[in-house]
Ligand binder design. Structure first.
Ligand SMILES: *Cc1c(COP(=O)(O)O)cnc(C)c1O
Length: 676
């Protein structure tokens, strides 16, 4: 599958496939280009001289950086096994700082006579340590929170400290209340005003208006209200359905007019202070942002003219993340940067207000993805690989079957002139061999021989193709077919659900051995027994890659006696998946009962870094509890079973003890595998 990206910027670095550095001349820069780390990773991720990925949580121009590989090794020594989700809270701080700097630059540039005041949409990542870090880092900016449901409202109410700069003309963090609301939701939000908080109840359904009017009369608390508009501007890509006349959320223009009329009748028109819209997440194209702001700004101006006490224009989320680093309007990318985004918003709102002769609003945004993605890195190990055979076949003898002799002949004579033709010969002979087997004329050993020779042909051809400058159509899939399967200690369903559900792309690369040429080509298969539990699409500057360049596993030779399983165990090989801090952690599921991974929070200190928090991943006992198994009952059942078997003399006491001990210790262990 090849998707072409529109508006590709020509000034990109060379695509990875254009490079053919030999192993001996392979450099760190080659790895940087191959994995595109500058495109998606700047300014937080880079590669050091040791060939390890480094993290600079405050951006690479200042602050410390740390070696991700060394960090993982030291966490392992603290009994924090892989897979491991590592959060860098300073990255959150840096994202917030960048967002505010961009907005403030735009405000200065266009002489905007108003201010910016953002909120974080909790649904993007609800974990307590993260929300608390955002509130903490957001204090200097009076940064608030957005709740999209009653549970999220409860988080927001507890997390936001009320009015910590009461002196600054009522400038305090906002609590934007979105989502479906019942009476309890509205009552709670209204009562929170008495705590000095600033909840703004956004009317998303017309019924909520009547409920809000009724509740506020009853409690005698004046609400601050907003309306969510259904814009006609269409989002694009995967998450583009949040707008349009048939969108799930928001009010149509006739409904907004109804809101104004009803509020007027209830003598509450001065409560209507905010206009909100949300085009969708990951808006890849700046033109969509522009169109939406243009439409919303005009609605805002009209609301002012109708007498509403408008103060805020909330532009929702959608600020995109460049997952593949291509700077295009491809769904995994974006063709604009944060500053372009800020400029367009500020300029358009200013123009519309000037034209309509109304006071400009405080600009609110609800960026989730752009704030939370970069701070989490998921590190996991490779348990083993399945490769197509790599040893050269032994020559076929005169007395062997004709089909095998033909395959050998084909293999022997493959060269740069005939590789395309011989590829088809090899396929044909292999198919003949399979037919012979199916008809009972070939032994299992003969079939094995035929397959071995066929793969040897493919390997030889795959080695010739890169020297030819172009890949003939019929050979395009060969590299993919020859790819190794890397078995990873992870559940895609738990840790990166969007990779499975909507084919979202995340940057993935080894976090060490980057001074070494990655000579293997692989796809990733996870621990679940589900054939969808795999990753076979990878970021690329031009298209999407079907394979990922990886290093062959190295084997430690433990010359230890009889234990076959330990004779050749693979040396640890760690992969990192980056930009996974938004949406992935909460939507994961317990497919095959693989639970939450271990999580650590790393914070930079003047001397380096410290482990701020550790949240241990689920144990087997915990995930079994989610599906209503009681560990005590399970152990008791197993104990009774062993007693019966003991009485019937089917098991020895020693075996029974060993079984029960394993059973009990498994219940308390991590759901993922521990490398031998
Ligand atoms: C999901 C959502 C957001 C966050 O969108 P991002 O694309 O992550 O910035 C903001 N506002 C609303 C109403 C949302 O539903």
């Amino acid at each position: 599958m090849v998707k072409s990206k529109l508006e590709f910027e020509q000034n990109q670095q060379q695509s990875s496939s254009d490079k053919h550095a030999t192993s001996s001349s392979w450099t760190i820069e080659d790895s940087e280009n191959l994995y595109g780390i500058q495109g998606w990773g700047e300014p937080y991720f880079s590669i050091n001289a040791a060939g390890h990925v480094t993290v600079s949580p405050q951006g690479n121009s200042r602050g410390f950086s740390l070696d991700l590989y060394e960090l993982v090794e030291s966490l392992k020594k603290r009994n924090l096994g892989l897979p491991l989700l590592i959060r860098f809270s300073d990255i959150l701080g840096d994202r917030l700082e960048r967002l505010h700097a961009s907005m403030n630059r735009a405000i200065a540039r266009y002489n905007y006579p108003g201010k910016y005041q953002g909120v974080f949409p909790i649904k993007c990542n609800q974990h307590r340590h993260l929300v608390e870090a955002i509130v903490q880092f957001g204090k200097p900016y009076q940064f608030g929170l957005e709740a999209g449901s009653k549970p999220e409202l409860m988080i927001a109410l507890a997390a936001l400290e009320a009015g910590y700069h009461p002196t600054k003309d009522n400038f305090e963090p906002l609590l934007i209340c979105n989502g479906y609301k019942d009476r309890e939701y509205i009552e709670t939000a209204l009562l929170a005003r008495k705590l000095g908080q600033k909840p703004i109840i956004v009317i998303e359904q017309i019924e909520e208006l009547y409920l809000a009017i009724a509740v506020s009369r009853q409690l005698e608390i004046k609400p601050i209200l907003g309306v969510r508009a259904k814009l006609l501007t269409k989002g694009s890509g995967r998450w583009g359905n949040s707008t349009g006349e048939r969108a799930k959320f928001g009010l149509t223009i006739p409904q907004i007019v109804e809101v104004v009329e009803q509020l007027q009748a209830a003598d509450l028109l001065d409560s209507l202070q905010l206009l909100h819209f949300h085009v969708g997440s990951q808006i890849s194209s700046i033109s969509v942002v522009k169109d939406a702001i243009r439409e919303a700004s005009q609605i805002y101006v009209q609301l002012v003219k109708m007498g509403a006490n408008m103060q805020y224009l909330d532009v929702g989320g959608g600020l995109a993340v460049d997952y593949d680093g291509s700077k295009t309007n491809f769904h995994a990318s974006k063709n604009y940067n944060m500053q372009n985004y800020a400029n367009d918003i500020v300029a358009q709102i200013k123009d519309a207000c000037a034209q309509g002769n109304v006071t400009v609003p405080t600009i609110v945004s609800e960026s989730g993805r752009a704030i939370a993605s970069h701070q989490s890195v998921l590190v996991f190990d490779v348990l083993g690989t399945s490769d197509v055979p790599t040893t050269p076949p032994s020559p076929v003898q005169e007395e062997e079957h004709l089909v095998l002799r033909n395959l050998w002949e084909t293999y022997h004579f493959i060269d740069a002139q005939n590789y395309q033709e011989t590829y088809h010969d090899a396929i044909q002979f292999k198919e003949e061999a399979i037919s012979l087997f199916n008809l009972g004329y070939f032994t299992l050993a003969q079939r094995a021989r035929a397959e071995e020779l066929y793969w040897a042909c493919c390997r030889k051809i795959v080695q010739i193709i890169p020297q030819q400058g172009y890949v003939p159509d019929d050979l395009e899939d060969l590299e993919k077919m020859m790819a190794s399967i890397y078995y990873i200690n992870l559940s895609i369903f738990q840790s990166v659900p969007d990779s499975w559900a909507i084919d979202q792309l995340f940057p993935i690369m080894p976090i060490h051995r980057l001074e070494e040429k990655p000579t293997a080509r692989g796809i990733l298969a996870d621990l679940t027994c589900d054939s969808d539990g795999k990753i076979d699409q990878f970021i690329d500057l031009r298209d999407v890659k079907d394979i990922l360049e990886l290093h062959p596993l190295q084997f430690v030779d433990n010359q230890n006696n009889g234990d076959l399983s330990k004779q050749k165990s693979p040396a640890p090989y760690y992969l990192g998946m980056f930009l996974v801090g938004a949406y992935q952690e909460i939507m994961g599921n317990l497919h095959n009962l693989f639970g939450d991974t271990n999580v650590v929070h790393i914070q930079m200190t003047p001397k380096g870094y410290q482990i701020e928090y550790v949240v241990k991943g689920d144990t087997i006992k915990e995930v079994l509890g989610y599906v209503q198994y009681d560990p005590e009952d399970l152990i008791e059942t197993m104990r009774r079973r062993t007693e019966v078997a003991l009485q019937e003399r089917k098991i020895t006491l020693e075996e029974a003890q060993r079984l029960l001990q394993n059973y009990e210790s498994s219940l308390n262990s991590y759901t993922y595998l521990v490398a031998n």
